[in-house]
Design a protein around this ligand. Structure first.
Ligand code: HEC
Length: 128
């Protein structure tokens, strides 16, 4: 009887170790956002496009905090839109930049975000 209970404790222990190890290996769902990309978004976009934003229109169109929760199709669409708005120079909005000129994005930063959103969209298309 005693032997059996030791065995079962061992077994449960082993089972838990397997579970924990497995959890570690699971791919995280967070988008791959390099630090330099993140810095530009935080400077020039995040203020309007995040969950706590008071800019309802901006939040409805794009919430960087909830980007990960979107379906693959919607994510691809969003990345494409990010690229397009940047290419056309629509974002950040001009009125906003008139008031907060320090939020302006440079050509290099713009290119960085455009390349990133394009890469993310392409990667998603491939895995679909
Ligand atoms: C001052 C607030 C503000 C900032 C800063 C801002 N946006 Fe927006 N954004 C909006 C609003 C408002 C909308 C929705 C209305 C519209 O489309 O003009 C929007 C819409 C969008 C859309 C949806 C596409 C579309 O044409 O409607 C995308 C994509 C986007 N923004 C990307 C960005 C990116 C990328 C940045 C940073 C480089 C940024 N935004 C910075 C306010 C902002």
């Amino acid at each position: 009887m005693k032997k059996k209970s030791i065995l079962s404790v061992l077994f449960v222990g082993l089972f838990m170790i397997v579970l924990v190890a497995k959890g570690d290996n699971e791919p995280t769902k967070t988008a791959t956002m390099p630090d330099d990309v993140k810095a530009v978004i935080e400077k020039s976009c995040f203020g309007c496009h995040n969950t706590d934003s008071r800019n309802e229109d901006a939040k409805k169109e794009l919430d960087f905090k909830k980007l990960d929760e979107l379906s693959t199709i919607k994510k691809i669409g969003t990345y494409k839109e990010i690229g397009e708005t940047l290419e056309k120079g629509e974002m950040p909005p001009k009125k906003f930049l008139e008031r907060f000129p320090d939020k302006q994005i440079s050509d290099d930063e713009k290119k960085l975000l455009m390349d990133w959103s394009k890469k993310e969209a392409e990667a998603l298309v491939k895995t679909k």
